[in-house]
Design a protein around this ligand. Sequence first.
Ligand SMILES: [Zn+2]
Length: 264
Amino acid sequence: MEAKWFASYPLRDEIYLIDEPGQVASFLIIGQERALLIDTGLGIGDIYEEVKGFCSSEPLVINTHAHLDHIGGNHQFKEIAIHEAEAQCLEQEVPKDFLQSFIKGSCFSRPFPAGFNPHNYRIIPSRASLFLKHGDRIDLGGRGLQVLHTPGHSPGGICLWEEEKGILFTGDTVYQGVLFANIDGADMEAYSESARSLATLAPKVKKVYPSHCQFILNNNILLELDQAFQQLKAGRIRPNRTIDFFGKPALEAWFGSFSILLPA
Ligand SMILES: [Zn+2]
């Protein structure tokens, strides 16, 4: 029997984690009136089919940002929301040579699904139907999430905050692993401010659901990230080493469960 591409897990509170092997998590949140899918993965497997098993109607998709590993399945859905600063990015073709180097350089913990040919890998462009900004509330019926604009990893990066349950979905702004403040569109100062505002929220946060690495964290990571940026800015901690990042040098500073890459 063919191995499944996605691995999906029910979490508490009618939330499903949809794990793309070794890469990225999407989250499906079920409300009384509609469902919300946070990110759509790489576009390698059929995320529409995967999601259909858990909700009766088509979900609203919200992209935490427009990087390729969060938008690959967008084209399968009708309603797509993203922060207004990155809406245009969805409509642009991702260069083929970049996708080829991405797919060759990535580790996948399961074989590709039947019918997928990595040589033809493409992110099919999509179009936003809803433009988000800081403070917007997404009502799902009986529950809702607030949009928090948290730029730094990317200009239109958002977190989604379900205050009633104390759950924060952090996308690529916060996770355990290598955090990218060095890539195109990243901004160290904005990242630091976003980390500060999330640290302010931390006392109310019970669970942090990030897009990569460990998918369920507690609120300590929010305080740790804020402290890390403060230490970097004050020069109390300096990057430990220079690494080669896709042909460009980057500085890496380690802070226990995560590191931050900065432009060299
Ligand atoms: Zn990203």
